[in-house]
Design a protein around this ligand. Structure first.
Ligand SMILES: Cc1cc2nc3c(=O)[nH]c(=O)nc-3n(C[C@H](O)[C@H](O)[C@H](O)COP(=O)(O)OP(=O)(O)OC[C@H]3O[C@@H](n4cnc5c(N)ncnc54)[C@H](O)[C@@H]3O)c2cc1C
Length: 428
């Protein structure tokens, strides 16, 4: 069998197939495994930073927890925030922690609580795994902007919802669907308080998991091999690479981001039309920029909508801070432009260096994590459910924690199970 893509989804699919006794080859275009999980050293320091995925929840991301356990890895809780900084309606407010609610007036707090109650009720109505079939699904299949506008909140209420939602949906609220965000809240026991923090990361950095799986797979993984086309017939599947090599396999699992599927050629017209029906990319487009600064407030966390929806300190290096934002606001970030953005929250801060990976312009990702557009869920489901010698996997297509590391794991495992069943006794 062939797996295309050595992100977490592809690695899990390959590992499970190998465990079941199948011969498997993983073709990965990059010179590293992990895809949108990418832990590396901040230049000029010895500190490792996660340029991609970083956060998880031991109580909710159970597949991730199980895989960490299998490889002797673990979640680590991040210390309480000491300096919370929020810009609300143009004014900076300081709090002793990551929860903005402590700096709200009674009236603002009541308004926010009312909005969170609506979110909680919608999350309960929608549900998590069965959300596609919920009677609330169509009502919530609108943009998050439309959803927030229907709540008629003050400017501060809007800013709080848009900025906290960004950590989950990572895109422009005019583009991503309320359905997706509400469904994620349903996954967190329908408790929208999660928008104000759930603070666990993978000890040693997120790449420690894909690296551990890759070590087990050994030379079944081929790096630097970009697939250009996939042709299936009654007997087998042919996979062609951009270097002109052709591989034959009994089945193929395609585990690449949905935003780059359009760049692969599929001979099967039904598969091509399902990919076309996705309507292009999902709306997940976030910039994540690490910055080095000598004068950060201790253990800082902050938000300012729309310029800087989230900043947080590095867990061990007090001079490093991560900033999330919309690519159309961050542009091509520089030390000067990031210093200017940070100063909107922390007036005297100095930025000496920055470091990022530009996921939106990365031809092997073309975006960050899944943020489904209204209506798009029907088309991701159609691709996920495709049965044949070619199967689709990856976090973007999962039925559980879609868009998360956990979703990559469950999706990869399911695809391996389907491929194994479809191939029966065949080991190719
Ligand atoms: C900035 C950022 C922050 C994130 N934060 C979090 C977080 O805090 N928590 C969380 O759980 N998730 C987070 N995510 C999401 C998480 O990283 C992804 O959902 C998950 O890792 C995707 O895994 P995947 O295997 O489905 O896809 P990918 O990791 O994208 O893997 C797909 C692989 O396919 C390869 N590929 C693409 N095209 C080809 C081709 N033609 N031929 C061969 N190989 C190809 C790619 O190079 C890549 O290695 C974040 C993502 C980003 C970018």
């Amino acid at each position: 069998m062939v797996v295309i893509g050595a992100g977490l989804g592809g690695l899990i699919a390959a590992r499970d197939l190998a465990d079941a006794g199948h011969e498997v080859t993983v073709l990965e275009a990059r010179d590293r495994v992990g895809g949108r999980i990418y832990t590396t050293t901040f230049p000029g320091t010895s500190t490792e930073v996660d340029l991609g995925a970083e956060w998880g929840s031991p109580d909710h991301h159970l597949a991730l927890g199980a895989e960490l356990g299998r490889y002797g890895l673990s979640f680590e809780e991040v210390d309480e925030t000491e300096s919370g900084v929020w810009r609300l309606d143009g004014q900076i407010r300081n709090t002793g922690g990551a929860d903005a609610r402590v700096c709200l007036s009674e009236r603002e707090r009541a308004e926010l609580d009312g909005a969170l109650d609506v979110l909680a009720a919608d999350a309960r109505a929608l549900g998590f795994e069965g959300a596609d079939d919920s009677p609330a699904a169509d009502r919530l299949d609108i943009t998050f902007t439309e959803y927030v506008e229907s709540l008629n909140l003050s400017r501060i209420g809007n800013e709080l919802l848009y900025s906290t939602a960004f950590s989950f949906a990572g895109g422009d609220p005019d583009e991503y669907g309320a359905w997706m965000l509400v469904r994620e809240i349903a996954g967190y026991d329908s408790e929208p308080e999660v928008l104000f923090g759930d603070d666990y990361r993978i000890s040693g950095g997120s790449s420690s998991l894909p690296r551990a799986i890759a070590a087990e797979l050994g030379d079944r993984i081929r790096l630097g091999v970009q697939v250009s086309s996939v042709r299936d017939d009654d007997e087998a599947v042919s996979v062609s690479t951009s270097d002109g090599e052709e591989l034959r396999a009994a089945a193929v699992i395609v585990a690449v981001p949905i935003n780059v599927l359009g760049e692969l050629e599929f001979a099967n017209s039904e598969i091509s039309s399902r990919i076309k029906a996705l309507g292009g990319s999902h709306a997940g487009a976030a910039s994540k920029v690490w910055a080095r600064s000598p004068n950060l407030p201790p253990e800082v966390f902050g938000m300012a909508w729309p310029e800087l929806p989230e900043i947080y300190c590095h867990p061990t290096d007090p001079d490093l801070v991560a900033a999330f934002g919309m690519p159309q606001v961050f542009g091509e970030p520089s030390t000067q432009s990031m210093q200017q953005l940070f100063r909107g929250l922390i007036p005297d801060v100095e930025v000496e260096a920055i470091f990022e990976h530009d996921w939106s312009n990365d031809p092997l990702a073309r975006g960050t994590w899944l943020a489904g557009r209204p209506g798009q869920r029907h088309h991701t489901a159609a691709l996920r459910e495709w049965q044949g010698r070619v199967l689709f996997a990856g976090a973007d297509l999962d039925t559980g924690w879609a868009g998360w590391m956990d979703g990559a794991i469950t999706s990869g495992g399911r695809a391996a199970g389907k491929a194994g069943l479809a191939m029966g006794g065949s080991r190719g």
